[in-house]
Design a protein around this ligand. Structure first.
Ligand code: PRP
Ligand code: MG
Length: 212
């Protein structure tokens, strides 16, 4: 029998909530986390634990059939990937922030400035729409330290509680988008696996309803 391949975040903010929504759907993962691939009991599913940023490409290539991923990652590099369900957890914003002492009136104040981010496409699109050009520095983590070490004038990153901004003496000045975890689907999913996906979605809908 066919098994649906699902990608979930290997480590990080989505990992735990992703495992727990599957659990609430009655799907328990056999010794997850330590392995990159795990089987599930009582549902035709295989789980792959992957890096967030790699998941859109795996979906595109059909290496995995579905994924639980932050919508913000799809907006950055998976606009062609479709969303089957919004999952109502891991809510966050993707925002622009500047040092507290930066006198910020409008986006025009970022003209020609250096911006450090892990979300270059999202930032570029946002700035383009407003007719602003800035110098982007792409870094893959700990973005909020960039202004303090003289690498950038501003940053763009995920804001959840806001504590990382606060600790790094930054203030949020523009919210570019809001995001939550979603169930994304590969364009290459087979008809057999589409049927399994329907069953999973049925359970997810029931779980989300019960949570509300
Ligand atoms: C993420 C994100 C922000 C922070 C936001 O970083 O990149 O820095 O969380 O959360 P907060 O508003 O609740 O502080 P994470 O700690 O996951 O690590 P990384 O930047 O190294 O990927
Ligand atoms: Mg961070």
């Amino acid at each position: 029998m066919s098994k649906i391949k699902i990608a979930i975040q290997k480590s990080g903010r989505l990992n735990e909530d992703s495992v727990s929504i599957l659990k609430d759907c009655g799907i328990s993962i056999d010794n997850g986390k330590d392995q990159l691939k795990a089987e599930t009991r009582n549902f035709p599913m295989e789980v792959m634990f992957l890096r967030n940023g790699d998941i859109p490409q795996y979906l595109r290539d059909g290496v995995v059939d579905i994924a639980i991923i932050g919508e913000n990652v799809l907006i950055e590099k998976g606009k062609d990937i479709s969303i089957a369900e919004r999952l109502n957890f891991s809510k966050c914003k993707v925002s622009l922030a500047v040092p507290k002492e930066f006198v910020y009136n409008s986006i025009k104040d970022l003209e020609g400035k250096k911006i450090a981010t892990s979300y270059p496409n999202t930032v570029n699109e946002y700035l383009d729409k407003q007719g602003i050009s800035a110098e982007l520095h792409q870094i893959s983590g700990s973005v909020e330290i960039a202004p303090n070490i003289g690498l950038a004038d501003a940053i763009c990153d995920i804001v959840s509680s806001g504590s990382t901004l606060f600790k790094n003496n930054l203030k949020e000045v523009e919210v570019m988008l809001t995001s939550e975890a979603v169930l994304a689907v590969s364009p290459k999913i087979s008809n057999d696996n589409k049927k399994i996906l329907e069953k999973l979605q049925f359970r997810i809908k029931a779980v989300l309803k019960a949570r509300n």
